[in-house]
Ligand binder design. Structure first.
Ligand code: TYM
Length: 354
């Protein structure tokens, strides 16, 4: 526990179409958290450069994530909604963190290994340093809680390691400048500047899997469009993708234990649970013993009922790009005010001018 002011921060990268995984694993949770928290939600366009998108796609992608945030119900007045590149402190703090983080820590990141593939020599330095920018995103606001899907867990552990090393390396200076807040690690409490951020990875949808392979994460970058439901899919697309989703020949079990070793069945039940805001046990109480020929149409109907209004609202918002840009710019002004203060403190702590 630490005594920082509670603040929720999270980000979504504007590359490719948003998927049902992004929605259930992250955006839907962002919406729920806004009722009881100060929240900052960011479209991380600097991160998108690590995969080299074309400039027009990056501009459209940024607006499209902003549209998804608003269409899902995030209130941009009660919360801060903006895109990363408008607040230069993210990149500036990331540089300081590049000098705090160790090569060994970044070398262990499984997402880098997966994305770089076999040809690591040819991966960009940005892709390697991706998690230090992510730590800067959160810590520029001294964010205490970060809602994400399961795939971001390791990156958040790294953000904690960076915060902890920064606090330890500069503890004397932080104390001298009276900028410290008590931060407790295990039995020990130090005067730290950055909180050790807590991930919020909970509920049924922390890891939505591919519709074609229940052992692989549903992802924007999967070459097969049938593997995912995009938030912009039409009702017909959604129905077709669920109909074609890979399954096994057995009926659904009556209890969750019966899903062991059946990743595709488990994934579809999990999606149903997340969309209907229940749990898998509840879904199996209703559908246990049924064949997929019964379950799939019910799931398609539910998915369309929940996602179609979202897609319609997103399309409406995307028709008014001026409005979206205005929301992002206004959010960035408010974000800048906080990040500027943090960066000013960090510069004093580490001995930089400005
Ligand atoms: P990104 O853009 O890949 O994904 C955005 C959010 O969606 C979640 N997610 C999933 N959840 C469940 N099942 C899935 N199949 C699935 N696919 C994606 C992700 O876990 C994430 O929460 N590095 C981050 C963006 C980022 C960020 C940050 C997040 C940059 N800075 C600071 C939090 C705090 C990313 O690429 O997410």
């Amino acid at each position: 526990m630490n005594s920082f002011e509670p603040r929720v921060f999270s980000g979504v990268q504007p590359t490719g179409n948003l998927t049902l995984g992004n929605y259930l694993g992250a955006i839907k949770k962002f919406v729920a958290l806004q009722d009881t928290n100060n929240c900052i939600y960011c479209v991380v366009d600097l991160h998108a450069l690590t995969v080299n998108p074309n400039p027009e796609e990056l501009i459209d992608g940024t607006r499209s994530i902003a549209a998804a945030f608003l269409a899902a119900g995030i209130d941009p007045v009660a919360n801060i909604v903006f895109n990363q590149s408008r607040v230069h402190e993210h990149a500036e703090l990331a540089w300081v963190f590049n000098c705090v983080a160790r090569m060994g820590w970044l070398n262990r990141m499984t997402q880098f290994k997966e994305k770089a593939g076999k040809d690591r020599e040819n991966a960009s330095v940005g892709l390697f340093a991706y998690p230090t920018l992510m730590a800067a995103d959160i810590l520029a606001y001294r964010g205490t809680h970060v809602p994400v899907g399961d795939d971001q867990k390791q990156h958040l552990e790294l953000a904690r390691d960076i915060a902890q090393k920064f606090n330890n390396d500069y503890s004397k200076r932080i104390g001298d400048l009276q900028l410290g807040v008590p931060v407790t690690v295990g039995e020990e409490t130090v005067n730290g500047y950055f909180p050790l951020t807590e991930p919020i990875i909970e509920g049924p949808a922390t890891r939505i899997m591919s519709l074609r392979d229940g052992t692989k994460k549903m992802s924007k970058s999967d070459p097969s469009d049938l593997s995912r439901i995009n938030l912009t899919d039409t009702a017909d697309d959604i129905a077709k993708k669920i109909r074609k989703a890979k399954t096994d020949p057995e009926p659904l079990p009556g209890e969750t234990d019966g899903l062991a070793g059946r990743p595709e069945a488990e994934n579809l039940v999990n999606i149903y649970a997340a969309l209907s805001e229940t749990d898998m046990g509840e879904v199996l109480r209703d559908f246990g013993g049924q064949q997929f020929s019964v379950f799939k149409p019910a799931l398609a109907e539910l998915a369309i009922e929940k996602l179609d209004p979202l897609a319609t609202e997103m399309r409406k918002l995307l028709d008014d790009s001026g409005y979206l840009d205005q929301v992002l710019a206004a959010g960035a002004d408010r974000a800048s005010a906080i990040a500027r203060e943090t960066m000013g403190d960090v510069k004093r702590i580490v001995g930089l001018s400005g």
